[in-house]
Design a protein around this ligand. Structure first.
Ligand SMILES: [Zn+2]
Length: 198
């Protein structure tokens, strides 16, 4: 079908998250049909991003500057650190404009299944930031999975110190969600996380 270049392109695209072989073929065809409008700008953007973007040595966020734009933002509350599993979670929280402080990206969660232990997580810069003083709040924004819960408990024990408040994001009823459509786990968590009105 058209030579090894096309096969290679489809093969590489098919490895991207959300793109199976069928979507990869469609994307490849679109690119090949518009080399100047789509393909070359994409190639340039990929090369430039690969050369410029690095993990921030303070928080693990991806940025073309180190420390990253969030860590160096003077408006951000440096005293409040939101701990997330991955950069995608940070992006989601930023899209929601839900957190005014800074972040820390763990790069994974503790999991006996995948063999991920504490030594595999990005922990040292977080500990150094806390030890340097000025941090008053740690928000653990980890997933509502067994691994997320295990990691949150482990981190909470590990980071505990006087003057530091450690919280975990609540799980519960989604905005616009109906009670009778929730699964049992979510419903139970929502009930346990109940708060007084007002
Ligand atoms: Zn940073």
């Amino acid at each position: 079908m058209g030579g090894p270049e096309i096969e290679r392109l489809i093969g590489l695209l098919a490895r991207l998250p959300g793109l199976g072989p069928r979507s990869a073929r469609r994307a490849a065809l679109k690119l090949l049909q518009q080399p100047h409008a789509r393909m070359l700008p994409l190639a340039t953007a990929l090369a430039e991003a690969a050369a410029a973007v690095r993990p921030c040595h303070l928080c693990g966020n991806l940025d073309s500057q180190d420390p990253c734009g969030i860590c160096t933002d003077p408006v951000r509350e440096q005293s409040s650190i939101c701990v997330v599993e991955g950069v995608g979670d940070l992006w989601a929280l930023e899209r929601a404009a839900a957190h005014q402080g800074i972040y820390h990206v763990l790069g994974g969660t503790l999991s006996p299944m995948t063999g991920t232990g504490p030594e595999d997580l990005n922990l040292r810069p977080l500990q150094e930031r806390i030890e340097a003083g000025g941090v008053t709040e740690i928000i653990l924004a980890l997933g509502a999975t067994v691994e997320g819960a295990t990691t949150a408990h482990w981190l909470s024990d590990r980071l505990q110190q006087p003057g530091l408040v450690i919280t975990r994001v609540a799980q519960g009823v989604p905005i616009g969600g109906a009670i009778d459509l929730l699964d049992d786990g979510t419903l139970g968590a929502a009930l346990r996380a109940r708060r007084p009105l007002g």
